[in-house]
Ligand binder design. Structure first.
Ligand SMILES: [Zn+2]
Length: 72
């Protein structure tokens, strides 16, 4: 997960959380994010005080069964 800042940039705090693959700066929904923006573990999805991107959420939930299968 990587944060998207609001109109005020980092000073305005996190506006939305997106899902990114690894350390990429482009979210699953196609949004380009600040490479310096904070990141969190994907397991924090839905547990942040800030909102999560709905589009990323849809991709993430659809892909998660496959991702976890790879690690078995
Ligand atoms: Zn997104």
């Amino acid at each position: 997960m990587r944060a998207e800042f609001g109109a005020d940039g980092a000073a305005g705090g996190v506006r939305l959380w997106h899902v990114v693959r690894g350390e990429q700066s482009v979210a699953m929904c196609g949004r380009e994010l600040d490479p310096g923006a904070p990141v969190r573990e994907a397991t924090d999805w839905g547990r942040t005080p800030e909102l999560c991107c709905h589009t990323c959420g849809a991709y993430f939930l659809r892909e998660t069964p496959y991702l976890s299968a790879e690690h078995q």
